[in-house]
Design a binder for this molecule. Structure first.
Ligand SMILES: NC(=O)C1=CN([C@@H]2O[C@H](COP(=O)(O)OP(=O)(O)OC[C@H]3O[C@@H](n4cnc5c(N)ncnc54)[C@H](O)[C@@H]3O)[C@@H](O)[C@H]2O)[C@@H](O)CC1
Ligand SMILES: [K+]
Length: 478
């Protein structure tokens, strides 16, 4: 199963791996032609009804693989309104090759003839809302035709993720869907074929520019859009919570507060004026502070628990008490991690151990990343939380899904890069599910580190990453 959003990400990742979209469209079109061959013999009359997006594009390709059929292509809309270059190029190829291909602007002019097969390529995963004209009238004409209806990817009008139709939808006999089943097809009464279109498995397994698409538009700048992060850290160390807090801000959080011991508040404030501190008395986190921390945490979307806390036994006791009672989303890092395997919490946790911390949590690791991915996936399943295990290849797992991040470089073993990652994950977990937030955080943190090394060579320090997070998250320049 793959959702439309994830399909778009995988599509973009495939392109970044060197498999261009037009090549995917060629493979899709080929699969559509094979489905027509399964539906009727050569010489049969085939009416292709193509929309203006890539769903239509797939069928414009299919026409070229059906020369031994009597094919007529009906493009719904003027050719200049075709939404993508790759679909337009396929339209122009049909015209140049003098196929029977016409543009229909008024659906009243749509005449399917008396086809044996209709290819429904009006809309696929790009459908929004009820079918508008001319697609709505065209859908009725297709449903009224006495023909075998082959739908491309999903029947037009059906939501690929839910299977629901906001209005009229094409009633298909067959569906040729690409790469993996779309969840909505379970609700469709048709013979479904999943066509392999040559998307490399790496496009799903490895993070890539496609994973950033989940973040939506880079221009969503108005306040309160991302979320509020509480960093609970500081004590023996003061740099860690400051790095995590600044990273959360640069990764998009609208407000970040740092709950820290009063004894180090001034030092933490010294790192950056933009930090809002909520000091508690004493020199380290202790169980006495947990009540006020829970109240403070309830006013935030995500808590980042751990940077610089230290591993004093009363601090770890306080971490346990906090996680026992906390029920929202928390990124857990550094010394707080060792508590996670033995605490029974209703919170959604995104744990960010390096391999030493993973072993301390009771997990196993391995130098070979494939073996490590299996071990981490198994441990995440036992743990019941999301794991982001840092390494030359970072492994993200939640017991079901797994992903591997290849960005980053040896320069990033310098202290503090883990705090930056935890802060970035905290901000992203305000707007993405924890597994996606972990994958995007790992990808962006590594990209920021690569950019820093590219500009300054090695000798990277953690603060070099912070300023580069926005470009790493929003700049899709692969
Ligand atoms: N990896 C992938 O994602 C691949 C996707 N491919 C195809 O690309 C399709 C997605 O293409 P697009 O993203 O261009 O989207 P679609 O082609 O599904 O639909 C987009 C077009 O439909 C119009 N539209 C949207 N809602 C409408 C409504 N309610 N009434 C009338 N018109 C409406 C939009 O204005 C746009 O022109 C997939 O379904 C699949 O067929 C394939 O080319 C192969 C690879
Ligand atoms: K369709």
């Amino acid at each position: 199963m793959i959702t439309s959003q994830r399909m778009a990400a995988v599509d973009r990742n495939a392109e970044a791996l060197g498999v261009p979209r037009k090549q995917l469209m060629e493979s899709s079109g080929n699969a559509v032609a094979r489905a027509v061959r399964r539906s009727a013999d050569p010489g049969a009359r085939v009416a292709i009804v193509a929309g203006r997006g890539n769903n239509g594009g797939d069928a414009l390709v299919a026409a070229r693989f059906l020369d031994d059929y009597d094919v007529a292509v009906h493009l719904l809309g003027r050719p200049e309104t075709i939404a993508t270059g790759i679909a337009r190029e396929n339209w122009e190829a049909l015209r140049a090759a003098e196929y029977d291909a016409r543009a229909v602007t008024d659906s009243a002019d749509l005449d399917l003839g008396d086809p044996d097969v209709v290819v429904d390529a009006m809309l696929g995963t790009g459908v929004t809302g009820a079918l508008r004209e001319p697609e709505a009238t065209a859908a009725s004409a297709i449903n009224d035709a006495d023909a075998t209806v082959v739908a491309v990817d999903v029947p037009s009008g059906v939501d690929a993720d839910t299977g629901e139709a906001a209005g009229i939808a094409v009633d298909a006999d067959r569906v040729v869907t690409f790469h993996d089943r779309k969840p909505g097809l379970d609700a469709v009464d048709a013979a479904v074929t999943v066509a392999d279109i040559g998307i490399p498995e790496a496009a799903e397994l490895f993070t890539g520019p496609g994973d950033l698409l989940a973040l939506g538009r880079p221009d969503r700048s108005h306040k309160g859009d991302f979320g509020e992060v509480l960093v609970v850290g500081g004590g023996p160390y003061t740099g860690a919570p400051a790095l995590a807090a600044q990273a959360a801000l640069r990764a998009g959080a609208d407000l970040v507060r740092v709950a820290c011991p009063a004894s180090v508040a001034r030092e933490i404030q010294g790192y950056s004026e933009s930090l809002i501190l909520r000091p508690y008395d004493g020199e380290r986190l202790s169980p006495a502070h947990v009540g006020e921390l829970l109240t403070l945490a309830s006013a935030h979307d995500v808590t980042v628990l751990g940077p610089g806390l230290g591993s004093d036994e009363e601090t770890l006791a306080a971490v346990r008490d906090f996680l026992d009672a906390y029920e929202e989303t928390a990124v857990v890092d550094a010394d707080a991690l060792e508590i996670v395997p033995t605490v029974d919490t209703d919170a959604t946790l995104l744990c960010t151990p390096h391999q030493g911390e993973l072993r301390k949590m009771g997990g196993e690791t391995d130098e070979d990343w494939r073996t490590r991915a299996d071990l981490v996936a198994d441990f995440a399943a036992d743990l019941g939380h999301v794991l982001l295990v840092k390494g030359a290849y970072d492994v993200i797992a939640d017991g079901g899904d797994r992903r591997v991040n290849r960005t980053g470089n040896p320069g990033m073993t310098v202290g503090g890069t883990g705090d930056v990652l935890a802060g970035a994950a905290g901000a992203l977990a305000c707007v993405l599910p924890p597994f996606e937030a972990a994958a995007v955080a790992a990808y962006a943190n590594g990209r920021a580190g690569d950019a820093a090394v590219e500009e300054n060579g090695y000798g990277l320090v953690a603060t070099d990453l912070i300023d580069r997070l926005p470009a790493a998250l929003w700049g899709d320049d692969e």
